[in-house]
Design a binder for this molecule. Structure first.
Ligand code: GL9
Length: 841
């Protein structure tokens, strides 16, 4: 590798090369130095926020050293890299994770203590990086953690939104959205003002023959917006690898920004141009499992795809290899269809700019890309209007039509008799206006398509992508069941449990190889161990109860059974089933004798999650939960037997408090609708049991931990279609107990009944699409079984331990290794210093 510094001068560099702190004393020295000089504060005005900033900067220095080395090493090795393209990275906080991975948390804890701060309070000062909506974005963050921990040469590419997912407040029971401006102080990003890429929009396509008689296709006269790189270091656990997450920010291009307008007095117009450019990366779209088809969203997608691809190609070109080697050097994974335009953009670059013949180019493209599907919900499948693409990306639309033409010709040859097939699989939907089916384009442009849990991967093959299985054969479609990082979701969120496990297994090796947890089964009858296990759960519940009190003013008894459902609010996830079940329980308690009440296990029903701002039904569910809480929590007959809590602003750092404190969590989607779910894994890994439907990863969790350790209920995925049909064309009977719940709502027990009529009539009058009534009886009975089981604490704790012991499969490390083997064809890049590195916990 070439160096910019000549040999004789390198000695001075090496002598002063940064090393970062390695002891408590050095930590203090560096932290104080940063507080006094970088932040210009002193011991007279150092609050917890400043202590956080200084600590973060000290740890950042350590990370950067490994980061630089990793990037050098990867450049030097010159082997295949993985590029994970995702519009969402739901990272949460970085400091605790950096401490764990750098391995000097104890030094920091003691060092901060001597400086007058508690490390827990300091860690909590950090603003969550919330550049995602839910499971899909958090999965991307877990993947980055595993990629670095396993030493894969991998880059994430995303957008640097100025506003992450909105903050949620609850006012009078209603969700209110507050903008999430998170960049006031972010030590974890490095602006690379020298790494910029100009991205074009609009314009027109000029086809002509040049002087040498060559056919030229040129996209010209568009508007240019500049992408500026911001790099975020991603440290691995137990290794010196620190990978890179590159986020693009948009700004007016220097060439484009009209200085003439300034001079001619059009100051406001010039500023308006600038602001328009910056708008592209301004906000994360807050929709979960929902496609809204807004022009600005399409602009975001192209802006990010184009910038990322040009960056990847620039790197590839440095190796001076021929283009046909591109797929041996580059694997690009598409996180859902959001980055599908990258397929079209690569084809455009190869054909229009590099002069490669169409078929040769297309082979390079399809070998490079893999596509992960995350949902079968029809309303979430992206379709972009043809006129919109025509306007914004005229050349790309032509290429999409050509891709489609060649594809359909191939299909026609293979299936000459199936005339409907062509219309069914065409990338273009003949609607009004015509639309581009992005999932079809992603399948056609990739060499592998995967679902995210077994059931889901089967469903995409038999339903939405059935025809493509006929066309390409079954091998193009595969499954990679999701996973979660045990570093954040066990060790960081639940340090005491992690410590207890380590004490029994003899080391923290399980954080690198989660299957080692199976040794815990040897201790299911160990009385002392069980006692400690239960105490830790209790302590976590006390911590959550404190949070609930400060966030909502509601006081809950940590001895009660904590029943938790936290996730985005969506009809398919069926928070309405949960709250109707709560009302049913409330009515039952009201009808009980004092004797009967004594026998009942006290329960706290905990809800949390954001509703998309435009999703009326979801907002109504939140409103109902809060109104039910108002009534139940203040009913003297009920007391501690039932409390209903809505925790506002569910996010990654709240999840770290909530998940370890759950006794039972709810994963109760209509069978066949939740592609995987990942919080189900997090809850079980933290010793919580689950109530769930046979959906997504619940099925594989059950297979791993055993049916006796899961509370399953409800109809099966294969019966859903018939049930829905019968709701409309048969005699639709509503569950009688559910009807009583509706009567209570209609009576106005929970306030103005009109406020909730849409929720009730979705079931009574509109076909109960999500099968709430069909599953209600089985749901309530299973909840009763949970009450019974919880009374036997000894048995409960045994189930909890056994379940944790069998969760090894669900680490994202396993998941990433599967992607590497079956989709990317890539090996880890070994790190020499590894042995010397880090005694980490
Ligand atoms: C989702 C699925 O709904 C989840 O079941 C799945 O676990 C995750 C990760 O694969 O992907 N698909 C999807 O669109 N979202 C998911 O969570 N929603 C968002 O977070 C945007």
């Amino acid at each position: 590798v070439e160096s910019s510094i000549p040999e004789p001068q390198r000695e001075a560099w090496k002598k002063y090369s940064a090393t970062g702190f390695k002891s408590k004393d050095d930590f203090q020295k560096e932290t104080v130095r940063h507080i006094e000089t970088t932040l210009a504060r002193s011991l007279f005005n150092c609050d917890e926020k400043a202590a956080y900033s200084g600590t973060a900067l000290a740890f950042r220095d350590r990370l950067i050293i490994d980061w630089n080395k990793t990037q050098q090493r990867q450049t030097f090795a010159d082997q295949k890299r993985i590029y994970y393209l995702s519009l969402e990275f739901l990272m949460g906080r970085a400091l605790d994770n950096a401490m764990l991975n750098v391995g000097l948390k104890t030094a920091a804890k003691e060092g901060l203590g001597e400086l007058g701060f508690r490390i827990e309070d300091v860690i909590q000062q950090e603003h969550d990086a919330a550049l995602g909506n839910g499971g899909l974005g958090r999965l991307a963050a877990c993947f980055l953690d595993s990629l670095a921990s396993l030493n894969y040469a991998a880059w994430g590419y995303g957008l640097r939104y100025r506003y992450g997912i909105f903050k949620q407040e609850i006012e009078n029971g209603y969700q209110v959205e507050i903008p999430d401006y998170w960049l006031d102080f972010n030590p974890w990003e490095f602006p690379r003002n020298d790494v910029t890429i100009d991205v074009q929009f609009y314009g027109w396509v000029n086809k002509y023959t040049d002087d040498e008689g060559k056919q030229i296709t040129s996209w010209q006269d568009g508007e240019i917006v500049t992408a500026v790189a911001y790099d975020v270091p991603i440290p691995g656990y137990g290794t010196a690898t620190v990978n890179n997450l590159r986020l693009w920010s948009s700004k007016a291009s220097a060439g484009e920004f009209d200085f003439a307008k300034f001079n001619s007095g059009e100051y406001e117009n010039a500023v308006a141009d600038e602001q328009r450019a910056e708008t592209i990366s301004a906000v994360l779209y807050p929709n979960d499992n929902m496609d809204r088809g807004k022009e600005l969203r399409l602009k975001q997608q192209y802006f990010w795809c184009a910038a990322s691809l040009h960056d990847i190609i620039r790197r590839f070109k440095k190796s001076k290899r021929p283009w046909k080697d591109f797929p041996e050097q580059v694997a690009i994974q598409l996180n859902d269809t959001h980055p599908t335009l990258a397929i079209v953009e690569l084809q455009r670059i190869l054909v229009d700019l590099e002069g490669i013949e169409w078929n040769a180019a297309w082979e390079i493209v399809t070998k490079t890309f893999g596509y992960t599907n995350h949902t079968v919900l029809p309303e979430a499948l992206e379709k972009w209007s043809v006129p919109l693409i025509q306007h914004l990306l005229p050349r790309h639309l032509q290429i999409i039509y050509d891709i489609n033409l060649y594809f359909l010709q191939q299909v026609e040859r293979r299936f000459p008799k199936d005339r409907d097939m062509l219309g069914r699989v065409s990338i273009i939907e003949e609607s009004q206006p015509k639309t581009v089916r992005m999932a079809y384009l992603a399948i056609i442009g990739s060499h592998k398509v995967n679902g995210v849990a077994e059931l889901h991967s089967d469903l995409i093959k038999t339903t939405i992508f059935k025809d493509f299985v006929k066309i390409y054969g079954p091998d193009k479609f595969t499954n990679v069941t999701n996973g979660i990082t045990p570093r954040r979701w066990l060790h960081q969120a639940n340090p005491r449990l992690s410590e207890l496990i380590a004490s029994k297994l003899g080391s923290y090796e399980f954080l690198k190889d989660l299957t080692l947890l199976n040794k815990l089964e040897n201790f299911v009858d160990d009385k002392d161990f069980k006692k400690e296990w239960a105490e830790i759960k209790y302590a976590n519940k006390v911590r959550l109860a404190q949070h609930i009190l400060s966030a909502t003013g509601i006081s809950v008894n940590p001895k009660a059974l904590f029943d938790v459902q936290v996730k985005r609010i969506h009809e398919y996830k069926r928070q309405q089933l949960n709250i109707f079940g709560v009302i049913h329980r409330y009515l039952a308690i009201k009808n009980m004798s004092a004797e009967e009440r004594k026998k009942l296990a006290p329960r706290v029903s905990i809800f949390g999650g954001k509703a998309a701002p435009g999703y009326w039904m979801a907002k109504t569910i939140i409103h109902l939960v809060n109104k039910v809480g108002d009534v139940v929590n203040n009913d003297k007959d009920v007391g501690d037997l039932l409390k209903v809590v809505f925790i506002p602003d569910y996010n990654v750092s709240k999840a770290e408090i909530i998940i370890p404190a759950s006794d039972i969590s709810e994963h109760i989607s209509t069978a066949g609708t939740e592609a995987s779910g990942t919080s189900n894994m997090k809850f079980v890994l933290n010793g919580g049991l689950v109530i769930g439907t046979l959906d997504g990863a619940n099925i594989e969790i059950t297979r791993e931990i055993g049916e006796q350790n899961v509370f399953l209920f409800g109809n099966l995925s294969e019966d859903v279609e018939d049930l829905r049909h019968n709701h409309f064309y048969g005699n639709h009977q509503i569950d009688p107990e559910l009807n009583k719940v509706f009567d209570e709502i209609k009576k106005g027990t929970f306030g103005d009944e009109g406020a909730f009529s849409s929720l009730v009539s979705a079931i009574l009058d509109h076909g109960d699409y999500y099968l709430v009534s069909d599953d209600f009886n089985s749901y309530c009975k299973t909840q009763d079984l949970i009450d019974e089981t919880y009374k036997n604490q000894d048995e409960w704790v045994s189930k909890s331990i056994t379940s944790v012991a069998r969760m090894g499969f669900f680490t994202s490390d396993r998941c990433i290794n599967e992607y590497a083997d079956s989709i990317w064809n890539i090996e880890p890049l070994q790190v020499k210093e590894e042995a010397e590195v880090r005694s980490r916990t």
